[in-house]
Design a protein around this ligand. Structure first.
Ligand SMILES: Cc1cc2nc3c(=O)[nH]c(=O)nc-3n(C[C@H](O)[C@H](O)[C@H](O)COP(=O)(O)OP(=O)(O)OC[C@H]3O[C@@H](n4cnc5c(N)ncnc54)[C@H](O)[C@@H]3O)c2cc1C
Length: 369
């Protein structure tokens, strides 16, 4: 049986590994000239590490990842608003890891069958019976997996009436600094803007920041980041000083309105193509990897409808939670921010952890859940 995977990002490569391990002949069509990722970090939560274990690559990932350290949310003055008990999180759910995206991609690319990878092939259109029109001609497969991200051509072909992704009102910057030591990590929430950072295994630090802005206006200048965050608590100014201008990436944040199905005949959507969500829970890529791991059993047992129901329920629940956290994090009116900060200060870290239970307790054995 042959599967064509459209898109060779995290979701597409994870799907290619999962399907080839289950006996499928796989082709991954990727429009970029190489299988690689942007220069930023990524959090891999315990649910994703379990999924990566099922793909047989957890060890390779852990070699390139750093364990989560003490973390939490602070006020721009440096005062803690809430602490995450990472030791307790690990005890309950397992390890949390920070990795450079390029490292994750390279582990997945190496684990996918070498002869399945077709870089430089751009897909234009697919049909429900498994026909794929692309820049090199036409191919046919038993199933087509749309793993081509938030602006998916596969989704546009098969779900032409699905609403387009919409801007959520804030933009995000990401950058990786030169090596610099930080002792703690986490996020800092101000008024309508946030800054976060986490150490990477090679001593560099992955930073991200958000701000409420009009769509398409933010730009990727370090001066803008200094203007917004340069007076915030240590080590934020030092992290900005350790960043090259060329390392700053800026992307407005979009999310995909809920789809009513991820499966149509022989075409299946995974990852951002199916459920692009705001990054507030750090779960977008984690969910793409879960999709990949749940798919082979569903195909083998002819249970695609159950797969569809379970993956939609789970990913749409997580997207909704991420959306809500984003709204709280981006509050800008002083009274609302004061109320939010007081609520965070009095919420025990144990109840924050408990609230993550539905997200983090996923296991591959739960089949489609
Ligand atoms: C600021 C920010 C921070 C984030 N942080 C985290 C985090 O910490 N943890 C986490 O789990 N997630 C995080 N995410 C989400 C995560 O980046 C995405 O969910 C994840 O990359 C989705 O992977 P994907 O493979 O589905 O899609 P993509 O990564 O978008 O990959 C799609 C691939 O398809 C290719 N493609 C597109 N169109 C075509 C075509 N027509 N033909 C052929 N190829 C095509 C593209 O070139 C690309 O390689 C974050 C997102 C943002 C914006």
């Amino acid at each position: 049986m042959k599967a064509i995977v459209v898109g060779g990002g995290i979701g597409g490569l994870a799907t290619a590994i999962a399907l080839s391990q289950d006996g499928w002949t796989v082709e991954v069509l990727e429009r970029a000239a190489q299988f690689t990722e942007v220069g930023a970090g990524l959090s891999l939560w315990p649910n994703a590490l379990r999924a990566l274990d099922a793909l047989g690559v957890k060890h390779d990932i852990e070699q390139r990842a750093l364990r989560g350290v003490q973390a939490g949310i602070r006020h721009p003055s440096g005062r803690w608003l809430s602490r995450t008990d990472t030791a307790e999180l690990e005890r309950r759910y397992g390890r949390l890891a920070m990795i450079h995206r390029a490292d994750l991609l390279s582990v997945l690319r190496d684990a996918a069958p070498a002869d399945s990878l077709r870089p430089g092939v751009s897909v234009h259109r697919v049909t429900r019976n498994g026909l794929v029109e692309h820049s090199n001609g036409t191919s046919k497969a038993d199933v087509v997996i749309g793993a081509d991200g938030i602006h998916s051509a596969v989704r546009r072909s098969i779900w032409p009436d699905a609403p387009a992704p919409h801007y959520v009102g804030y933009t995000a910057w990401r950058m990786v600094t030169k090596p610099i030591a930080v002792t703690e990590e986490g996020e800092t929430w101000g008024r309508g803007q946030r800054f976060g950072y986490a150490q990477l295994p090679d001593g560099r630090v992955y930073c991200f920041a958000t701000a409420n802005t009009a769509e398409g206006t933010a730009g990727s200048s370090l001066a803008e980041l200094r203007r917004r965050f340069g007076s915030w608590h240590d080590p934020i100014p030092a992290l900005l000083d350790a960043t090259d201008e060329s390392a700053v990436l800026n992307h407005d944040i979009y999310e995909l309105p809920r789809l009513s199905t991820y499966v149509m005949d022989r075409v299946i959507l995974v990852g951002d193509a199916a459920h692009a969500m705001t990054p507030n829970l750090g779960q977008g890529a984690c969910q793409a990897i879960e999709d990949a791991v749940a798919l082979p059993a569903a195909l083998r047992t002819n249970q695609l409808a159950a797969y569809d129901r379970a993956r939609r329920a789970r990913t749409q629940m997580i997207a909704q939670r991420a959306h809500r956290i984003g709204r709280l994090g981006q509050l800008s009116s002083p009274p609302a921010v004061a109320l939010r900060n007081s609520a965070m200060r009095i919420t025990p870290s144990s109840s924050l952890l408990r609230s993550l239970d539905p997200v983090l307790s996923w296991t591959p054995d739960g089949a489609n859940t």
